[in-house]
Design a protein around this ligand. Structure first.
Ligand code: SF4
Ligand code: SF4
Ligand code: SF4
Length: 262
């Protein structure tokens, strides 16, 4: 959707970690009203309406992305559609009503089911303390025949994950975080994307018993909604008093949780 310069300037005043979400909400609000351009006047109207909607009903979940594909050179994925579909699933699954049934009408921040997404492994949006977290990632394939042994990839890799051998570059899987920087600097296209998708993590939280989210696996964007439904099903099944997913995983044990997930 097109934004006028004054509307864009106003949007830039929003803190960067929620800016993309605000932009999405404003566009959704205006699209529903038949508009395809955001003026400052529209933006202020949408802001007023959205703020009053928020105060009417505190949601039982939070969905947040990072600075994102439009604005950050490190972004590997473009997840605005994925984030919208996850938010839709949370609405469909009536997470707010579910949590209210467990903890009463006054939902607090620590009750919320948090979804966090970052478009690269830098994970700026604090995904590791979210219940359902994911970040964009690539896996590298090497074509040694194309390599000119320039060494640029070794220099570019901050993880020390590339060794230049006499047979060409060798990626140390255990060190590679999948940021894709090496691909960008390779002048010979000897490094390529074998996979582009997401790493998914579960059960991160702060609070009295903080827990970093546990790595679940690599997924393609189209596999994530189905996985998300299943996670929500387990979260509801084992939730007694509005516990966070991390507390449920701790109680069940990771192995049992994963067995049920399959
Ligand atoms: S997580 Fe990556 S893509 Fe997102 S803002 Fe941070 S560096 Fe940029
Ligand atoms: S993807 Fe990133 S971490 Fe992995 S080898 Fe390339 S530069 Fe290093
Ligand atoms: S940047 Fe490309 S051409 Fe240069 S050493 Fe690495 S793989 Fe080979």
């Amino acid at each position: 959707m097109e934004w006028t310069p004054d509307a864009e300037a106003y949007l830039k005043k929003v803190p960067f970690f929620v800016r993309k979400k605000v932009k999405r909400e404003v566009e959704k609000y205006l699209q529903e009203r038949g508009k395809n351009r955001v003026t400052l006047e529209d933006l202020l109207e949408a802001k007023k309406a959205l703020l009053s909607k928020m105060s009417e009903a505190e949601k039982g979940y939070e969905v947040s992305g990072c600075f994102g594909f439009d604005s950050c050179p490190n972004a590997l994925t473009d997840s605005s559609h994925l984030l919208s579909s996850l938010e839709k699933i949370l609405e469909e699954e009536k997470l707010t009503q579910f949590l209210i049934s467990k903890v009463g009408p006054k939902l607090k921040a620590h009750h919320k089911f948090k979804v966090g997404l970052s478009e690269c492994p830098n994970a700026c949006s604090q995904i590791h303390i979210c219940d359902f977290a994911l970040h964009g990632v690539v896996k590298i394939s090497v074509n040694p025949k194309a390599c000119s042994f320039c060494g640029s990839c070794v220099e570019a890799c901050e993880e020390g994950a590339i060794e230049l051998t006499e047979f060409g570059p060798m990626i140390k899987e255990e060190l590679c975080v999948g940021c894709g920087h090496c691909i960008k600097v390779c002048p010979e296209s000897a490094l390529n994307e074998e996979f582009k998708g997401y790493k998914v993590y579960l059960g991160g939280k702060l609070g009295r018993h903080p827990r970093l989210a546990t790595f679940l696996g690599y997924f393609q964007a189209e596999e994530i909604p189905k996985l998300f439904y299943k996670i929500l099903e387990l979260y509801k099944k084992y939730n007694q008093k509005g516990e966070r997913l991390g507390a449920i995983i701790e109680k069940l044990g990771w192995d049992k949780f994963i067995k049920e997930l399959k």
